[in-house]
Design a protein. Structure first.
Length: 447
């Protein structure tokens, strides 16, 4: 992004901010401001143009804006239906689409990182990439021992471009404010920058992937491909077949949707408990639905470039706060949130109002099984985004501590995917099994 004019950067950030709240507020008053054509027709044309422009701007970039676009793609289910249509097609393309590197450049990187005789490591190597994303692309190949592998090659200069992009985004943090009301976005962008630096380090990614592959080896529900070879800008892993989650979202049966949703929720909560790591890039391009010879469906997990290191698993504050909220104990919820920094020490809120704010959000954990739908998440987004609502005003007063930034982002992204799937999930069952502090016999206060 460093070689783009500032006007393009500003346009990118404004467009990126639109789907997560601004769009809803903009359409509410549209009919009052437009003459001639009906408000509905004008709104639809505007949304289509904006979606096309969003994809065009972000799709041309391989840096931070591309990452931002991929993150946005999991939130399209929160948009009103009349807005979601145009964005859905544009944003979901960003999950696995980017201009590929020429074969000659790929060969040069492989020669630099694996040696001039790099071809001797492979029995076969496909020059056409199987997938391309924000910092690199994946080629299908056959390792010298006969194993089918995925060869992940980092774009030359990706690090400098990504860090430059995030620096630019930091300058426009003010425009991103509506995304997360009540939070200073400067620490968030710093967090993203730190995580991007980790994502560029294939040694760290290989370590995280190996940890998951070891723990989930022979797991009945989750499959993680093992690392075959790792270099500075090259990562070779076992190849994984399966149905991309994006295809399950668009064309899957209800059985596939429900299975994918349950397995995704299970992986989200069991991963930190079992590995001490949180897979922090839960967009559909990183998951596959696998069907064994016995017909049992499993979840394949890819891309461990971004993880949150949680040696004790997810913070027990989350489980305790959720449990006492479900029990209707407003004072206990408020104490937990204050202790963890979700309520700033400089302000005082009504505990009952805080509980009422949380009740609709925690509904999926209050029943044995819950069907995640676009309608449900749209209702939540509208309730919080509407500046006339008490929820909007209270949300602006709550704070998101830096230690919870990535957990919050991963949780919201996962909920977005579950709603795209339209999956019926036994979420409470996963919480009871894997979330520290959620069971009643655990202590209520203090980690």
């Amino acid at each position: 992004m460093s070689d783009l004019p500032r006007k393009a950067v500003t346009r990118t950030v404004k467009l990126a901010a639109l789907p997560l709240g601004i769009a809803g507020r903009a359409t509410w008053g549209l009919g009052k401001r437009i003459g001639g054509k009906s408000a509905e027709i004008v709104a639809r044309e505007l949304q289509q143009r904006t979606a096309e422009q969003l994809f065009r701007v972000l799709g041309e970039l391989k840096g931070g804006a591309m990452k931002f676009g991929q993150a946005l793609s999991v939130f399209e289910s929160a948009l009103p239906e009349e807005v979601a249509g145009p964005y859905r097609a544009a944003l979901t393309k960003l999950q696995e689409a980017a201009p590929p590197l020429p074969a000659g450049t790929v060969h040069q990187v492989l020669a630099e990182r694996l040696g001039d005789n790099w071809r001797d490591l492979f029995l076969e190597f496909e020059d056409k990439p199987a997938a391309a994303a924000s910092i690199g692309q994946v080629h299908r190949a056959v390792w010298h021992d006969g194993r089918e592998v995925a060869v992940k090659v980092q774009y030359p200069g990706a690090g400098e471009a990504l860090l430059s992009d995030l620096t630019q985004l930091g300058r426009f943090a003010r425009l991103l404010g509506p995304l997360i009301p009540g939070m200073d976005l400067k620490p968030l962008i710093t967090e993203m920058r730190d995580r991007i630096e980790e994502e560029l380090d294939y040694e760290l990614e290989a370590e995280a992937q190996r940890s998951h592959a070891d723990v989930f080896a022979d797991d009945p529900d989750v499959v993680v491909p093992d690392v075959v070879h790792q270099g500075e800008q090259v990562l070779v892993s076992e190849w994984m077949e399966g149905i991309p989650l994006s295809e399950v979202i668009s064309d899957g049966t209800q059985e596939q949707r429900d299975a994918a949703g349950q397995l995704l929720a299970r992986f989200l909560f069991s991963g930190p408990a079992r590995t001490g790591l949180l897979h922090a890039d839960p967009h559909p391009g990183n998951f596959r639905l696998l069907e064994g010879a016995d017909g049992v469906l499993r979840l394949g997990v890819l891309d461990f470039g971004t993880v949150d290191r949680l040696p004790g698993g997810l913070p027990a504050t989350i489980g305790r706060s959720l449990r006492v909220a479900l029990e209707g104990d407003a004072e206990a919820v408020y104490e937990e949130l204050c202790a963890a920094g979700f309520v700033r020490s400089s302000i005082e809120l009504d505990p009952d109002a805080v509980l009422e704010y949380l009740r609709p959000i925690i509904e999926p954990a209050d029943v044995d099984e819950f069907t995640f739908t676009r309608g449900w998440i749209r209702g939540q987004a509208a309730r919080i985004a509407d500046p006339r609502s008490p929820a909007h005003q209270l949300g602006k007063q709550l704070n998101l501590p830096p230690a919870y930034l990535l957990i919050h982002r991963v949780t919201l992204s996962t909920i977005g995917v579950l709603c795209q799937l339209g999956a019926t999930v036994r979420l409470r069952e996963e919480l009871q099994t894997w979330l520290p502090g959620f069971l009643a016999e655990e202590p209520v206060h203090g980690d």
